[in-house]
Design a protein around this ligand. Structure first.
Ligand code: CA
Length: 225
């Protein structure tokens, strides 16, 4: 799940970004209205977290434009303006939910997940391959209806491979998705996680296999088909 955070205050943006990353989301952060407009026009985000007060424009106007173009991306609005009329204006402009600053990061994550769960919101909430079912919101993996306990990074790898089942996922893409700039990345980190993931899938009689495409990356296939 890829999220866009539009927030110009660097400190808040970083807190929001790291809270969402911890929950397994891929996160882009943008601080300007114009850049956000461009990103939203070119990238199919699963949800957007939008601060209303931006240095080069009003988030509300951006939101209205977005809805005017028929873009239905779920939007959680952030604002310091704690007035009922602003809340109403935000919802009128097409926001799906509203959060007043300051807010708890846990609250932001919970609200974001709620947006993604809404019908008509993000697609691909439940991924299926073979006898494996992945709930991308609950971060819950089941094999033949039995729960499978995975680490956060194993889950993230499995999600990316399931989203692209039957297609090769380059190792560099998994590295980008899994590790932020501050994380130390050992050169064998991804292969080690994949190794553990494979063993867990095998132990649970999963009917999917993760193939190594030497020098490139990984490929998830349904071994029954
Ligand atoms: Ca702001």
């Amino acid at each position: 799940m890829r999220l866009l955070v539009v927030e110009d205050e660097a400190r808040i943006a970083e807190l929001v970004r790291s809270a969402l990353l911890r929950d397994g989301f891929a996160v882009d952060v943008i601080g300007l209205c114009n850049d956000a407009r461009e990103a939203l026009a070119t990238t199919p985000y699963d949800a957007t977290i939008l601060d209303l007060g931006l240095p080069d424009g009003d988030g509300l106007r951006l939101l209205k434009e977005l809805r005017g173009r028929g873009n239905a991306v779920p939007v959680l609005v952030l604002t310091a303006r704690d007035a009922v009329e602003h809340r109403v204006a935000g919802l009128d402009a097409g926001a799906d939910d509203y959060l007043i600053k300051p807010f708890a990061m846990a609250e932001l994550v919970a609200r974001t997940k709620a947006l993604l769960r809404r019908p008509g919101g993000a697609l691909g909430i439940t991924l299926k391959a073979g006898n494996v079912v992945f709930d991308t919101i609950g971060r819950d993996v089941r094999v033949a209806d039995k729960g499978l306990v995975l680490t956060r990074r194993e889950i993230a790898i499995l999600e990316h491979l399931m989203r692209r089942a039957g297609r090769v996922v380059p190792k560099s893409v998994l590295e980008d998705k899994l590790y932020g700039v501050d994380d130390e990345l050992e050169s064998n980190a991804i292969p080690v996680h994949v190794h553990h993931l494979r063993r867990k899938l095998m132990d649970h009689a999963a009917t999917i296999e993760i193939h190594t495409v030497r020098g490139i990356g990984y490929l998830l296939v349904d071994s029954r088909s």
